[in-house]
Design a binder for this molecule. Structure first.
Ligand SMILES: Nc1ncnc2c1ncn2[C@@H]1O[C@H](COP(=O)(O)OP(=O)(O)OP(=O)(O)O)[C@@H](O)[C@H]1O
Ligand SMILES: [Mg+2]
Length: 278
């Protein structure tokens, strides 16, 4: 991978989603797990944020609270400067208009009985384009496929299970391109695909941010991927943010032992290779 976080970074806007002491526990007494423990963050428009941590560190629990799929035990989320209010179904729907998510297993996201055309047509409807002419609808679907280097003609009439894992994830990104949410949460979106497709997906996320000015929260075990894609990195251990800063600060100059240990597990991504002693 040639680019670095520094090269990827572009102008980042104001804070639009933040949290203060966000906490979620599961169980009680001896069986209590602090899945997320007093986490605070501030995400800006057009920023790519990675949340990095080992399995069980609380990344998905944090994402679910941000998505409004799980209630916090304590703490607060602020959206566009105000306390987030999703107390009724209509308020929740309004909030969800701003947010989309991509999960690890692309197959779980689709209704397998809906052909690709229908998946994309749904996005047009959600965007209020139900009344567009047939030609305009096709143009929009073709554009979205072009954005992710897929040919609409090759995909239309296919069922999701007839696509490869990489194609499925690209179709997911085509959907996001059509829906243009303000915030995208991508929870391990590349862990089920090969390294080559993985790099393509990361580059498409960067393109989404650049062209649509989206804020992207990228959740991963892989500190190398986080360095490649992020402006800002949060490192999580046992529900706690143990390190945060720009990709350069958090990964090239880590303060916490945990980050140093995570870095020790991957080949050095930032030092030139020294082959003189080999
Ligand atoms: N619904 C639940 N009920 C009870 N415990 C849960 C629940 N969801 C998560 N946990 C616990 O909370 C902790 C954090 O889980 P979480 O899924 O957020 O981790 P993660 O960082 O996303 O892990 P992974 O990298 O494996 O996806 C774990 O100890 C998990 O067992
Ligand atoms: Mg998870």
């Amino acid at each position: 991978m040639s680019a670095t976080a520094g090269e990827n970074r572009k102008k980042i806007g104001e804070v639009f989603l933040s949290a203060k002491d966000l906490t979620r526990e599961f169980g009680s007494g001896k069986n209590k797990t602090m899945a997320v423990d007093k986490v605070s963050f501030a995400f800006r428009r057009g920023e790519i944020i990675s949340i990095v941590g080992e399995s069980g560190s609380g990344k998905t629990t944090l994402a679910k609270m941000v998505l409004g799929l799980l209630n916090p035990s304590a703490g607060e989320i602020f959206f566009e400067g105000k306390p987030r209010d999703i107390s009724s179904q209509s308020k929740r729907r309004l909030y969800w208009q701003n947010i989309q998510a991509i999960f690890q297993d692309p197959f779980s996201t689709y209704n397998i009985f809906n052909k690709v055309d229908e998946v994309l047509m749904d996005c047009i409807r959600l965007q209020g384009g139900g009344d567009l002419s047939k030609e305009e609808k096709f143009e929009r679907m073709k554009d979205a496929c072009k954005f992710v280097n897929l040919k609409f003609e090759e995909l239309s009439n296919k069922y999701p299970f007839e696509l490869s894992g990489g194609q499925m994830q690209r179709l997911m990104i085509a959907r996001i391109f059509m829906l243009k949410p303000k915030l995208l949460i991508a929870d391990e979106p590349t862990s089920m695909i090969d390294a080559c497709s993985r790099a393509t997906i990361l580059d498409m996320l960067l393109k989404l941010r650049d062209e649509v000015d989206m804020t992207i929260v990228f959740i991963t075990h892989d500190i190398g991927l986080a360095y490649y894609i992020s402006d800002t990195v949060y490192i999580m251990e046992h529900g706690i943010i143990v390190e945060q800063g720009t990709a350069d600060q958090a990964i090239l100059h880590p303060k916490s032992d945990y980050t140093k240990r995570l870095l020790g597990d991957v080949p050095k991504i930032y030092e030139p290779w020294d082959l003189s002693s080999a």
